[in-house]
Design a protein around this ligand. Structure first.
Ligand code: FAD
Length: 442
């Protein structure tokens, strides 16, 4: 009899994984709280199209996407701008979020996945320390395993017993509170820099962007502390001063959302359970892009499930998914997660200094050869420390940067020692050591 896989929440990686499993003969059901027509946000996203092919997803029709423009990074003072120059074959695509959902849901349905929309999940159903299903407002749904694609604050992950060792909630500096809106264009004059990323804008600990599009100006404000839409409107004034193109009439979006910006979950699996996408914190720290890595992870998870000939879907058999993920993508996020903590630690003046003295330069802020997503453009350049002579003028900053380099080295070393075979004690001990690295030390 075909094994029954339950996907909790219609996250992108979960749906992509569902499609691959259904194609391989599994009975797969996706439970999602929204109606199909309300899936996704009212805005566009940027991601690496190669991730679609990797996850056996179709490419969208040509009129559904366009190639993204290069970003310009703006330090707090606005003085030294750093402009990317991304090679053409590495460019990412921009698509409406609703079109992305249409593409992947249609494909999954064609492969035989059954969707249950308008179904709110309350938590996991447990038998001892094994996840055997999900509790929904319409009753319990049981299956052979649960794929948690419920996003950053997944109720399934929150409800897991401590014995699984999986981090339930995000800590400080692990998530961005984000406001995003498309405004009218207040000026027809094309700005020189069409896509500006602001670091620590207006002295705030976070980022912002302003992108000049054909029909609107796109504003995003992301901070580590929550704020309201009214406060976002006030914050928008800062960006308007620097961007005459940014009007004050909200055309689309205009609401808050949350994005994880931390290293991936250090334990992603339990007996009968695997987390994917934002529920496993698979976004790129600092920027928060998560689509490409969620799609890539979907293939690793589907392959691992299919390879489990014992059909137990235990933490032991699912562990290979985490090993594959860390090897291909997860370990590479650690430097970025540590650089993100640097943003939480240093002053705007110190960040300006890093830009002015070319320590943060185009190389550091430009795409890596093996691009996985928008944020991979923020690849960390280990030669940073070679530029240390520029730093010597600021002793405190020098110490901070040297510590950063040391922590990046430690993260690589700890990732290399991740257990290859699952044992609850070993894995939890490893995860504790790894997570400790990312606690903010002042
Ligand atoms: C403002 C903003 C801009 C972004 N821009 C980009 C970008 O340009 N490029 C990029 O790659 N990424 C971007 N991201 C990140 C991206 O949205 C996520 O990383 C990506 O969607 C992967 O997350 P996910 O699909 O796993 O989770 P989500 O997108 O959070 O999806 C989770 C799903 O689970 C459902 N769900 C949650 N709880 C329940 C419940 N209790 N019961 C039933 N269903 C539930 C939700 O309704 C949702 O459909 C952006 C995010 C934000 C907020």
């Amino acid at each position: 009899m075909a094994k029954r896989i339950i996907v909790a929440g219609g996250g992108h990686g979960g749906i992509a994984c569902a499609a691959q499993l259904a194609a391989a003969g599994y009975e797969v059901e996706v439970y999602e709280k929204h109606a199909r027509e309300n899936m996704g946000y009212d805005w566009t996203d940027i991601f690496d199209p190669k991730s679609l092919r990797y996850a056996h997803l179709p490419m969208p029709a040509k009129d559904k996407y366009e190639y993204k423009i290069n970003m310009t990074f703006v330090p707090p003072s606005g003085n030294t701008l750093v402009r990317q120059d991304v090679p053409e074959n590495e460019l990412e695509i921009k698509m409406e979020r609703r079109d992305i959902y249409d593409l992947i849901i249609t494909h999954a349905e064609k492969n035989g996945v059954k969707f249950f929309f308008n179904t709110e999940i309350k938590g996991a159903v447990m038998a001892g320390d094994r996840v055997i299903g999900i509790e929904t407002e319409k009753g319990n749904i049981l299956g052979d395993m649960v794929i948690d694609a419920c996003g950053c604050e997944s109720v399934v992950r929150h409800s897991l017993p401590d014995i699984c060792g999986i981090q339930k909630h995000t800590n400080s500096f692990e998530k961005f509170y984000v406001y995003r809106a498309f405004y009218n264009k207040a000026s027809e004059e094309e700005p020189e820099d069409k896509y500006k990323i602001y670091m620590l804008p207006n002295g705030r600990t976070g980022i912002g962007w302003v992108a000049a599009e054909e029909e609107y100006a796109d504003l995003l404000i992301g901070e580590f502390e929550p704020f309201t839409v009214e406060e976002a409107e006030q914050k928008a004034e800062f960006f308007r001063k620097d961007n005459p193109i940014l009007g004050d009439k909200v055309l689309r979006g205009g609401y808050m959302a949350e994005i994880p910006v931390r290293h991936p979950l250090s334990i992603m699996v339990a007996d009968g359970y695997a987390a994917i996408g934002d529920s496993a914190f698979m976004t790129v720290p600092i920027i928060g892009s998560g689509l490409a890595d969620a799609f890539k992870a979907s293939k690793m998870l589907a392959d691992t499930i299919i390879a489990d000939k014992s059909e137990t879907y235990s933490a032991e058999t699912l562990w290979d998914y985490q090993v594959q993920y860390y090897k291909a993508l997860g370990a590479g996020m650690a430097p970025l997660a540590l650089v993100k903590l640097l943003l939480a630690k240093i002053t705007p003046q110190q960040l300006d200094y890093l830009f002015d003295s070319e320590i943060m330069d185009a190389d550091m802020l430009t795409i890596s050869a093996d691009s996985t997503s928008l944020g991979s453009m923020l690849s960390f350049d280990p030669s940073l420390l070679g530029k240390a002579k520029n730093l010597m003028k600021d002793k405190e900053l020098t110490t901070t940067i040297i510590r950063l380099g040391r922590d990046i080295g430690r993260a690589a070393a700890i990732c290399a020692t991740m257990p290859k075979i699952y044992g609850r004690y070993n894995v939890q001990r490893w995860a504790k050591g790894y997570d400790r690295l990312f606690r903010l030390k002042k």
